[in-house]
Design a protein around this ligand. Structure first.
Ligand SMILES: CC(C)(COP(=O)(O)OP(=O)(O)OC[C@H]1O[C@@H](n2cnc3c(N)ncnc32)[C@H](O)[C@@H]1OP(=O)(O)O)[C@@H](O)C(=O)NCCC(=O)NCCS
Length: 146
């Protein structure tokens, strides 16, 4: 399945759909407070990427935020439960990497959930921290030179 990926503008209906997907995939399974539309002003300057399947339904999403002149951080990587394991996550990650490269960043990093380490390892990311807790679950910092 080919993912059609485009930037999502903050505060739009598409952004609202992205929050819904993030809540469903990232928050509901760990029983963590949901993102609320209208209460995420801190995300205004983030790059929001949405991946749409052929039926034009939002199936995957992620965020890029600048950490330094050289490094960009990937956040909120999520693929709809019904579409996981079909290569969509990898397509979105490759797109995010290319996007970051064209903006001049040298490294892409993320706080990876322990349960998703294998996904990032498949795309060449390595663990660069000890285990730490975020949203109540174990994470590691991972990164890759672009
Ligand atoms: C993790 C996630 C983003 C991966 O996206 P996906 O579309 O399901 O993954 P893909 O189909 O593109 O998988 C690419 C490769 O990674 C592997 N992979 C995917 N998820 C994996 C996981 N959780 N652990 C180990 N390997 C994984 C796949 O087997 C595949 O390997 P292959 O190329 O040898 O076949 C998605 O499953 C998801 O949203 N999970 C729940 C939320 C989450 O954990 N998000 C990440 C937070 S850091």
């Amino acid at each position: 399945m080919v993912l059609h990926i485009r930037k999502i503008e903050f505060g739009t209906e598409a952004y609202k759909a992205m929050l819904d997907l993030r809540n469903e995939v990232l928050r509901q399974p760990i029983n963590w407070p949901y993102f609320v539309f209208g209460q995420t002003e801190y995300e205004q300057d983030f790059i929001h990427l949405g991946g749409y399947s052929s039926d034009n339904v939002l199936s995957a999403c992620c965020i890029l935020t600048e950490k330094s002149a050289d490094e960009v951080q990937l956040k909120q990587m999520a693929v709809a439960a019904t579409h996981q394991g079909l290569g969509l996550g990898q397509q979105l990650l490759m797109y995010a990497e290319e996007y970051a490269r064209t903006k001049g960043y040298k490294r892409l990093g993320m706080h990876a959930r322990k349960s998703a380490l294998g996904f990032y390892e498949k795309s060449g990311y390595t663990i660069v921290s000890d285990e730490f807790e975020e949203v109540g679950i174990p994470h590691f910092k991972m990164e890759k030179v672009l």
